[in-house]
Design a protein around this ligand. Sequence first.
Ligand code: DNO
Length: 355
Amino acid sequence: MKMTFRWYGDKADTISLNQIRQIGYVKGIISTLYDIPAGEVWPRERIHALKAEVEAEDLTLEGIESVNIHDDIKIGLPSRDKYIENYIKTLEALGEEGIHLVCYNFMPVFDWTRTDLRKPRPDGSTVMAYDQKYIEGKNPLEFAEEIRKNSLGHDMPGWEPERLSHVLDLFEAYKDVDENKLFDNMVYFLKAIGPVCEKYDMKMAVHPDDPAWPVFGLPRIVRSKETIAKILKAVDKPYNGLTFCAGSLGTNPKNDLPGIIRSFPGRIHFAHVRNLHHFAPGVFEEAVHLSSDGSFDLYEICKALYDIHFEGPIRPDHGRNLWGEQCMPGYGLYDRALGAAYICGLWEAIEKSNR
Ligand code: DNO
């Protein structure tokens, strides 16, 4: 495995590549071109420049999170072919630049959803948290506006302004899209990009839905071992893979996380390793990465990845807000650095005890 860190680029991120380099445990970067709206082609020069910037700090660009999928593809509108064409061009440009991993999601309208971006913990830190009761009966527009306000001027990853500006139109456009349609549209997309993925050895790693159930009545189809197996089987090629995300799949306590990992050897291309603390069904907060602070056993998660010979990038994920850091919710430096160190420690111990 290679320890990586998500970085939003020098305009959007509050953290510099040099700070990430100084963590010491992190060798690779997962990044994106944050300013390019979903559906547009990524210019090869921009990718080249991003890579050069990362390499100038003696780090490597290990993959892209995300190349977002235009909603017309998820809805299955006739215009999807044009957007798929653009997606293919972007994959080509990435492949030409030697990048072989793309994380994306297939969630309608909203990306990952939290109901509280700054829940205080008794020690003075804050965490992101979720309470299903808060979502029920809430108007999605009002909710999107709250997220925007609470992110204190940071564009929240997954909540890009261009998407939020037409939330209600999107809801209208999705009204006939149920789980089956969304699934068919995903398969259509995956088949269409097959040739370019195979040509460039591009690994497509779908990110699970977060939380792992439908929100605001929108279908969600990447949420359990069974739903993932169905997707991987529908396009049964190595390029069609998964981002194993502990925090997303783990929102549903019924998901056996190490079991999910062990079910998909060779098809997990990227891993997001973090913890959650569950209080009740549908009520959780994003805890310290440490196993004893949350509901997941991070040792068992790392062990399962090790046992399936996982060789891709791992990154720590959403962290607490610590020591008064001014940063995007979930994406500060300090707690994710602690998470990276912890995961590397677990990994070294697992490796050595298996020699
Ligand atoms: C949440 C992230 C997601 C992820 C996208 C992938 O923290 O892991 O925003 O990047 O869903 O497209």
